[in-house]
Design a protein around this ligand. Sequence first.
Ligand SMILES: [Zn+2]
Ligand SMILES: [Zn+2]
Length: 211
Amino acid sequence: MKIKKFTFNPVSVNAYLLWDETKEAVLIDPACFYPAEELELSRFIENEGLKIVHILNTHGHFDHLMGNDFATTKWNLKVKIHSGDAFMAGQARQDAVFFGITMKNPASTSEPLSEGDLIRFGNSSLRVIHVPGHSPGSVAFYENGDKLLVVGDILFEGSVGRTDLPGGSHELLITGIKEKLLTLDDEVVVYPGHGGHTTIGWEKRTNPYLK
Ligand SMILES: [Zn+2]
Ligand SMILES: [Zn+2]
């Protein structure tokens, strides 16, 4: 399994591309905003000879939806997002205004993700793990073969997602992380929606929010 991180848009969101030996790939939170970012993403995919078969959102906050229109049009796919956050596409433009960013609402058509779903590509799959609290429909995507976990804004190196936004719950977030993520193997590498990567073992030992 290969993974490539891009950091895009004025809010510095990590977009992730995962692919295996078949060159089939999934794109998680495309997030590109500026034309140069769209070009960087599409050029990388072309140069590697990848075929995008799924476009996924970790959750519905506007900064993670920024590349949706570009990516769904470019690769002719619908975005997949948990039903708890699907409505947020309709308010992205308004939410972005509070950050001084002008964007249009991304397409509101999407396909629903649910706990336990398997997202298949090539010889690989990602399992959907629903961890509400940062937003009602936040999910993580787990790849069991190479033990990769893409978590959006659920968990960060040394921190957890903010829970002061509408629909947030600190208690749900911490319970969900402890029960569904910290129960994975220590060596699982965690790829958050902002900042650098970490591991389940390191967060279990050192993250002050998870004591
Ligand atoms: Zn978020
Ligand atoms: Zn975010």
